[in-house]
Design a protein around this ligand. Structure first.
Ligand code: FUB
Length: 311
């Protein structure tokens, strides 16, 4: 692993490579930002993504690039699509949940385990979630106050499993639970589920309210993704649609992908755009915007921004 220091006062945060699918994790006094990596050279004119990257900062401006922290080379049973991850700490170990394409076909969720937030991560040797369909992508993980951990995931449906204390297995009796895709939960949207829910869920709790932020499709054909959110008073729903978090018009490329955290008294929405030179739907870049919650916990639409303030 190589480490580089860089300063970034403007979006996109990383300007040396294409990064996407931001997943922030605050640990101690440091914000770790896990991302995917869009390769410069495309294979079959599709997302060409082979590894996961990690960057860290203590002030949002001075960053350490920890390089490649986990890759398809580390996952013997996978052959492509190192897609949107999320990392969490439990009992001193770090768990990186990663969607991948299996050598024998279909998407599944891998888990990398490490002793440090910046890895290196070691694969379990088998998929954690493997339903044999496209839906097993974009895992988001959260440990509730009572110790129960949840792994939500899914495209085009939102599903979850109850993780066991070991974080590398789940309650098989409960199995994979499908969230009802209703307009009350996710608003009227694309033909895929009839709702705006698309993919890229980001699950967390704040002041007793559970949030599900996600990449969303409005009604109609050929739409780019926007970001939206729903809330619930329980970790398993029912979810109530909250509104648009980042508009489709601002994104300008097919995907967007949310990652949210509070850090040093500030609330941040990470997202991605095609804004670096050479940017495209397959050459994306991670950005960040600060926002504030409204008094009732709702979030108003967050504008994309150019500048990043030091904290
Ligand atoms: O980056 C590959 C895929 O595109 C992610 O898994 C989705 O969320 C979308 O960003």
């Amino acid at each position: 692993m190589s480490e580089n220091i860089f300063v970034s006062r403007t979006n996109p945060i990383v300007k040396s490579i294409y990064t996407a699918d931001p997943a922030p994790m605050v640990y101690g006094d440091t914000l770790y930002l896990y991302t995917t990596h869009d390769e410069d050279e495309l294979v079959n004119d599709f997302y060409t993504m082979n590894d996961w990257r990690c960057f860290s900062t203590k002030d949002m401006v001075n960053w350490t690039d920890h390089g490649r922290i986990f890759s398809l080379d580390d996952i013997e049973w996978a052959d492509a699509r190192a897609w949107a991850p999320q990392c969490i700490e439990r009992n001193g170990k770090f768990y990186l949940y990663c969607p991948v394409h299996k050598k024998d076909g279909g998407m599944a969720i891998a888990v990398g385990v490490a002793d440090k937030p910046e890895g290196p991560f070691k694969d379990l040797g088998y998929p954690l979630v493997d339903e044999g369909d496209w839906n097993d992508i974009d895992p988001t993980v959260f440990i509730d106050d009572d110790g129960q951990a949840y792994l939500y995931f899914g495209n085009p449906e939102l599903r979850y499993v109850l993780l066991n204390e070991d974080m590398i297995s789940y309650d098989e009796k409960v199995g994979v639970v499908k969230i009802p895709m209703t307009e009350e939960s996710f608003a009227k949207g694309s033909h895929m589920t009839g709702t705006t829910y698309g993919e890229g869920p980001w699950f967390y709790k704040r002041d007793g309210l559970y949030y599900m932020v996600y990449a969303a499709f409005a009604e109609g054909k050929n739409r780019n993704e926007h970001l939206a959110y729903s809330t619930s008073t329980s970790p398993t729903g029912p979810w109530v649609y909250g509104g648009v978090l980042m508009s489709e018009e601002e994104g300008g490329i097919f995907t967007n992908h949310p990652g949210i955290c509070d850090f040093k008294g500030h609330s941040y929405l990470f997202y991605h755009t095609g804004d670096l030179p050479g940017g495209s739907l397959f050459h994306r870049s991670v950005c960040v915007a600060e926002f504030k919650y409204n008094e009732d916990g709702s979030i108003s639409t967050v504008p994309m921004c150019d500048n990043i303030e030091e904290v």
